[in-house]
Design a protein around this ligand. Structure first.
Ligand SMILES: [Zn+2]
Ligand SMILES: [Zn+2]
Length: 133
């Protein structure tokens, strides 16, 4: 007999739930609360673990604010140090000025050549907005 309105503690999640909601669960091999019976407790646990895992991937061990600061500044520097493209007037050709060695060379924007600066071998980034030059 189950008394209506009586609360019992679920042994799976440890929470109090109405005793008449308890049902025998095949996996736990005992009566569990409605939440556990419907699998919600397990789903939430899995979600938590997934979230934890994601955080671990995003922030490798030893990560701190100094690392974050350094990553930001090096990214900024990378943005500043870029090849400068300029269209050669009257032609379809592009001139590229290497930020690294200041060597300027003709750049084929259609074939994306050369891939690297002919002088210092610094990679030439892809020219995305060729038409806006
Ligand atoms: Zn439960
Ligand atoms: Zn160069």
């Amino acid at each position: 007999m189950v008394n209506v309105g009586v609360k019992a503690q679920c042994r799976v999640c440890g929470l109090l739930a109405p005793a008449d909601e308890f049902r025998l669960h095949y996996k736990f091999k005992q009566a569990v609360c409605a939440r556990c019976y419907s699998g919600r407790t397990e789903q939430e646990k899995q979600k938590e673990e997934l979230k934890k895992k994601k955080e671990e991937i995003a922030r490798p061990p030893g990560w701190d604010e100094v690392d974050e600061y350094l990553t930001k500044t090096s990214q900024q520097r990378r943005e500043e140090q870029q090849m400068q493209f300029s269209k050669i007037p009257g032609t379809d050709q592009v001139k590229c000025l290497c930020f690294h060695c200041k060597y300027s060379f003709k750049y084929d924007a259609l074939r994306k050549l050369p891939v690297n600066c002919p002088y210092c071998n610094t990679e030439v980034p892809r020219l995305r907005d060729f038409n806006s030059l």
